[in-house]
Design a protein around this ligand. Structure first.
Ligand code: NAD
Ligand code: ZN
Length: 353
C-alpha cells in the first residue's frame, strides 16, 4: 500500500516541502510530467526545480512501453553520476506507470521487460512520488505498472511498485477534456464492477469496491446537484478506492479483452474498456445497462467498427493476448472459464466492436 498521501485542493503546493527531507546531496529529483502541461508556465513554476533537478516532459499519446522505460533510465544514468533522490510523476495513468517503472529500473539490472509478471523485482526502487492529474485508473495507488513489452502487455506487480508518496489535488484535473474524463472515469467504474462480480471477491476488496461504485453512481448518474468541484474530489477518491479494491482481487472480462485491443490496435486503456464493456451485457447485465445510461447522459461517443477490417492474424493475436490473462478469466468466470470463453466466443465478441 502507499504509505503516505495528502489530499486537498491546492495540496500540490506541498510538493517541495514533501521532497526536501528526501533530498540526498548532489542527487537530483527527476520530474516526469505529462507534456499537456508544457505550455502552462504557472503550473510548471509550481514544481519548483532546485539544484540539478530535471524536468522531462512526456507525451501520453501512447501507453508506456518497456523500451521507453529502458531509454529514460539510460538517459538518467548517463547524465547524472549520482542515483536520483527520487522520481516524481505528474500526469495520468500513463505517466504514473512510467514513473513507477523508471523508479524500479534505476535500482534493478536489465530491461523492464524482465520484470513483467508477479514479484520478480528484487531490489527496492528509488523513492517515487505520484501526482495524478486525471482520475480513474487507480494507478496512483496500485501495486502494478502496466507496460507493453516485446511479447506482452503486462504489469510489473511487486511490493516495490507502489508510490512512497501520493499527492491528491483535485484541482489538477480541471483541464481534462470531457470525453477523456468519462473514459478514464469509467475505468474506475469497470474496476468496481469486475471486482464486485468476480469470484476472487473478499471483504477487503468489497469494502473499497462498494465505496468506489457508489461514488461513480453519484458522479455519473444520480446526483444532479453535484458541483464540478465536488465531482472532481469524489472521482479522485473513487479512483483511489477502485484501485484498492482490485489490489486484493482482480479485474475481469472487459480488461482482458481491452488488453487485446490495445496490443493490436494501440487503443488506449480507458476508451478500450468502454468499447468492450458496451458489449458485455451477457456478463455484467445490470452494470452494462447503467453504463449505457451514463454514456447517454453525458453524450459520449463510443467508437464502433474497430475490428471489422482486421486480418485473421490480427484477430488471432488479440485473442491470444486476451486469453493469456488467466487470473482475469478465473476471477470473472471461475475455474471452468475455458469452457465458457472459447476462441470462437471471443472472436464473435471482438467482431461486434
Ligand atoms: P492518460 O494518462 O493516458 O491520459 C489521457 C489523456 O489525458 C492524455 O492525452 C493526457 O495528456 C490527458 N491529460 C491528463 N491530465 C490532464 C489534465 N489535467 N488536463 C488535460 N489533459 C490531461 O490516461 P489514463 O486513463 O489516466 O491512463 C491510462 C493508462 O493507465 C494506461 O497506460 C493503462 O495501462 C494505465 N493503467 C494503469 C493501472 C495501474 O494500476 N497501474 C490501472 C489502470 C490503467
Ligand atoms: Zn483499468
Amino acid at each position: 500500500m502507499v504509505p503516505k498521501v495528502v489530499f486537498g485542493q491546492g495540496s500540490f503546493d506541498q510538493l517541495s516541502s514533501i521532497l526536501n527531507p528526501q533530498r540526498k546531496d548532489k542527487a537530483p529529483f527527476i520530474f516526469l510530467v505529462d507534456d499537456v502541461f508544457k505550455e502552462n508556465k504557472i503550473f510548471v513554476d509550481r514544481i519548483n526545480l532546485r539544484f540539478n533537478d530535471k524536468l522531462i516532459f512526456i507525451s501520453a499519446d501512447e501507453e508506456p512501453k518497456t523500451s521507453q522505460v529502458d531509454q529514460i533510465v539510460k538517459e538518467i544514468k548517463e547524465e547524472f553520476t549520482y542515483k536520483p533522490s527520487g522520481i516524481v510523476g505528474v500526469g495520468g495513468g500513463t505517466i504514473l506507470d512510467l514513473t513507477k517503472a523508471v523508479a524500479i529500473m534505476l535500482t534493478n539490472k536489465g530491461s523492464a521487460s524482465d520484470y513483467q509478471g508477479w514479484d520478480l523485482v528484487k531490489t527496492k526502487a528509488v523513492y517515487h512520488v505520484g501526482v495524478p492529474t486525471i482520475s480513474g485508473t487507480g494507478a496512483e495507488v496500485s501495486r502494478t505498472t502496466v507496460l507493453t513489452g516485446p511479447v506482452r502487455k503486462l504489469g510489473i506487480n511487486s511490493d516495490f511498485t507502489p508510490f512512497d508518496q501520493v499527492i491528491l489535488d483535485p484541482n489538477l484535473t480541471i483541464g481534462v477534456p470531457k470525453n477523456q474524463w468519462f473514459y478514464t472515469g469509467m475505468d474506475c467504474f469497470i474496476h468496481c464492477v469486475e471486482s464486485l462480480n468476480g469470484t476472487f471477491l473478499n471483504a477487503f476488496s468489497q469494502s473499497y469496491g462498494e465505496k468506489a461504485y457508489d461514488l461513480c453512481m453519484e458522479i455519473f448518474l444520480e446526483d444532479e446537484n453535484l458541483s464540478e468541484e465536488e465531482s472532481r474530489g469524489k472521482l479522485m477518491m473513487a479512483s483511489w478506492h477502485g484501485g484498492m479494491s482490485i489490489a486484493y482481487s482482480q479485474v475481469g472480462v472487459a480488461h482482458a479483452m481491452s488488453y487485446g485491443l490495445s496490443y493490436v490496435l494501440g487503443t488506449k486503456h480507458g476508451i478500450g474498456n468502454c468499447i468492450v464493456f458496451d458489449h458485455l451485457e451477457e456478463f455484467y447485465p445490470k452494470d452494462v445497462a447503467l453504463f449505457k445510461k451514463m454514456v447517454d447522459k453525458f453524450n459520449i461517443t463510443i467508437p464502433k467498427g474497430l475490428c471489422s477490417n482486421l486480418t485473421e492474424n490480427q484477430i488471432n493475436t488479440m485473442i491470444d493476448i486476451a486469453l493469456s490473462l488467466v487470473p482475469l478469466w478465473e476471477n470473472a468466470l471461475g475455474d471452468n472459464w475455458e469452457t465458457i470463453m472459447t476462441r470462437d466466443k471471443l472472436k464473435q465478441l471482438y467482431l461486434k466492436m
